[in-house]
Design a protein around this ligand. Sequence first.
Ligand code: NAD
Length: 498
Amino acid sequence: MTTQVQLFINGEFVHSKSEKFIPVTNPATQEVIAQVPCTTPDEMEHAIRSAKEAFLSWKETPVSERARLMMRFAALLKEHQADIADIICRELGKTVEDAKGDVWRGIEVVEQAANIPSLMMGETVENVARSIDTYSYIQPLGVCAGITPFNFPAMIPLWMFPMAIACGNTFVLKPSEQDPMTVNRIAELFAEAGAPKGVLQVVHGNKEQVDVLLHHKDIKAISFVGSVNVGQYIYKTGTDNLKRVQAFAGAKNHMVIMPDANKNQVVNALVGASVGAAGQRCMAISVAVFVGAAAEWIPDVAAAIGKVRPGVYTDPNAAYGPQISPQARARVLSLIEQGKKEGATCLLDGSGIVVDGYPNGNWVGPTVFSNVTTDMAIYKEEIFGPVLNTMTVNSLDEAIALVNASPFGNGTAIFTASGHAARKYQHEVEVGQVGINIPIPVPLPFFSFTGWKGSFYGDQHAYGKQAVRFYTETKTITARWFEDDMAATGPNMSINLR
Ligand code: NAD
């Protein structure tokens, strides 16, 4: 019998009473490794009610205690990094090194959440008017919810609930139904770290369960990471229901290569950033824009990418794993075919790749196109597979115009030896995260993850100071204490403070 993934409600792991289940498969073999339940309406209600009740005492828990919970949690995550990574390998197929990185980038956010006392400091001004002081406090919102994608099953949930809970909120998390077991292990460690009952709940399922969160009156804020269409739906529906929403969506990230860049660095960066993690990263480089003479390097880039092979996580030579599902693989393959039909040159075609011993895996080999134009589907759509488009332009200005015309704005990079070119690029490009000789510039959590344009809907971003603003309200107090003998001055009929 396959394992049934449990719900985590009010501090307990419980089997759902649902009759609807979604199979969780090993993407390298199609073996069903678990069944994830579609949480019932009653169970959803129970989870939200438990979070609402837990909020009453959790918001009164001293901030230093909340910080200590995060310190213990970070320590447990470090101790169990390898076993969490092992779950990621089994349900998502990432290589061991990449899966450990997934956990590590999440641990860094938990470490940041342990700094919550200083992050929650308000502001004070003495004597804003005679004998009147103004000061502000930052207070939690209540029950917050998170909806996460399949591609970083540890890191992205950890972007959300540790910061929200450290701020004094309670949380309901709905992870991806495609790899739900990683979050359950993380929730187990959170409980072991001493999280009180009801502070975190994990519910499973898909659209139906998300819709409950989007419409429930007791959910105050929604954090979402996932694809463009769903992100827009979440933002529109959540805000329509008067909730605070941050929705991180899809991307198409460009790397600009100047002719003065170091060629070996460019080639290495492009191999890892384009096909690493099977291209299933929202910050993957999917378009390489070669400026002027740098275009001569395109064949070398294709040759270097051609040397890497996908494989199973137990194979130390595998550079990356399979696509998450047969549907995801079919979509990538059909976009590759469309690219060929629309006139792009396929320099390296990974559609027919075979991985020995794993004939049923969702494999796509590394693929590189040249002569790509902006009207082609391979340029316009997020492929989310190991496919790199290469393009050529004559100048940095042309490269910037190309990148700025894209509807997305998650990440970008420039490779150059020129400080002037780098500064011009960082200043003029309309993208929220810029790497200078860094291909995947995901900021560490004392900054925030600041995607722009069609890659983000909302105002405050994930982690860092912006997450604290997202998960809290500011309360501003204006106070006067009368001296006993203060003369009464009569009523103040104006709005002025005096
Ligand atoms: P997805 O949008 O299919 O699913 C994300 C979550 O939304 C899942 O929990 C899923 O159950 C839920 N969901 C799916 N369809 C829904 C619907 N119709 N209504 C309500 N909820 C629904 O995304 P995915 O395939 O799991 O993840 C890949 C996508 O995530 C890519 O587009 C990638 O770029 C994006 N992503 C973005 C970032 C970022 O920071 N911008 C980071 C990681 C991934």
